[in-house]
Design a protein around this ligand. Structure first.
Ligand code: NDP
Length: 287
């Protein structure tokens, strides 16, 4: 039976350490890290994410602002607002909550964010840094998974990591972060053939597809480490992962639950990267 990877506990530990670092930053540099989250429209899931981010930022002692815009806001208006925060030295992190309404081109919006304030790590400059092995802002969910693997002393060097899902937000940056730690990485997707056979070769299996309970025991090698990124609603409204937890836990050595696994780490990394951006602003160093 697998041991559980407790993402909530690590997130709390890191957030309280961060609150301490923020206090020191205040007294040493008279500086408070500032995070602005911009939300367009009234998507209920996005509202919850944004509220959680705001609360966690305030609790850690950050300056936290949420800009709520109506669904009908134009692309130009949104870019104007982003530019105000790009120019405002009190804010070190800017996050535009996705998805955006159809009439707004999210690629243009991501490009409008100053890459040094792009705490989500989605700007092509940060993506380029990541893929060329240079420091920069990293998408928060894969960054959080790396922290979990580190905390639970999961050996990566020479291990086979299989990632299911190739999104820009999770799967692709995850692959690069694992490569950087000398894992052998297989990135799979919806057109991959014989997916269970490939997944069963994984020492570390990371699943981010958005399909409730898709991964069954047939996908898991005895002793594998299983990371479930999925957040789906079951028919009765319960939050469930992409992995059949009970089945997977029988074979795995370590496994993340949903909720309480990867989710809490995403917000933690958002705060950590905002703190780092604030520190860079005062230390006058680039990445
Ligand atoms: P996307 O929809 O952007 O990407 C899903 C990926 O999964 C695609 O690459 C797709 O393949 C692949 N995929 C879909 N179905 C299958 C299948 N049957 N077999 C193999 N591959 C498949 O999703 P995200 O990456 O944004 O999110 C994935 C999940 O993670 C969601 O449940 C989301 O809610 C959750 N999530 C959780 C976060 C957290 O903090 N815990 C943060 C971000 C996401 P293809 O490219 O071929 O279409």
């Amino acid at each position: 039976m697998a041991n559980i990877i407790d993402g909530k506990a690590l997130a709390l530990k890191m957030q309280s350490a961060l609150a301490e670092k923020v206090k020191q930053m205040k007294s040493r540099y008279d500086l408070v890290p500032g995070l602005v989250v911009i939300l367009v429209g009234d998507n209920s899931a996005s509202q919850i994410y944004v509220r959680n981010k705001e609360q966690a930022a305030l609790k850690a002692g950050f300056r936290s602002e949420t800009v709520r815009l109506s669904e009908g806001v134009s692309e130009e208006e949104l870019i104007e607002i982003i530019n105000l925060y790009n120019a405002d030295p009190a804010f070190h992190g800017i996050l535009v909550q996705l998805p955006l309404p159809q009439h707004i081109n999210d690629k243009k919006i991501i490009l409008a964010i100053d890459p040094h304030k792009d705490v989500d790590g989605f700007h092509p400059m940060n993506t380029g840094h990541l893929w060329s092995g240079r420091p920069g802002m990293v998408p928060c969910t894969p960054a959080g998974i790396m922290e979990l693997l580190h905390e639970y002393e999961v050996e990566l060097e020479g291990k086979h990591a299989v990632i299911v899902g190739r999104s820009n937000i999770v799967g692709k940056p995850m692959a690069q972060l694992l490569l950087d730690k000398n894992a052998t990485v297989t990135l799979t997707h919806s057109r991959t053939r014989q997916l269970p056979d490939i997944a069963r070769q994984a020492d570390i299996l990371i699943v981010a597809i958005g399909s409730g309970h898709f991964v069954t025991k047939d996908f898991i090698k005895e002793g594998a480490v299983v990371i479930d990124v999925g957040m789906n609603r079951s028919e009765n409204g319960k939050l469930i992962g992409d992995v059949q937890f009970e089945q997977a836990a029988e074979a795995a050595s370590l496994i993340t639950p949903v909720p309480g696994g990867v989710g809490p780490m995403t917000i933690t990394m958002l705060l950590e990267q905002t703190y780092q951006a604030a520190l860079r602003s005062v230390m006058s160093y680039d990445y």
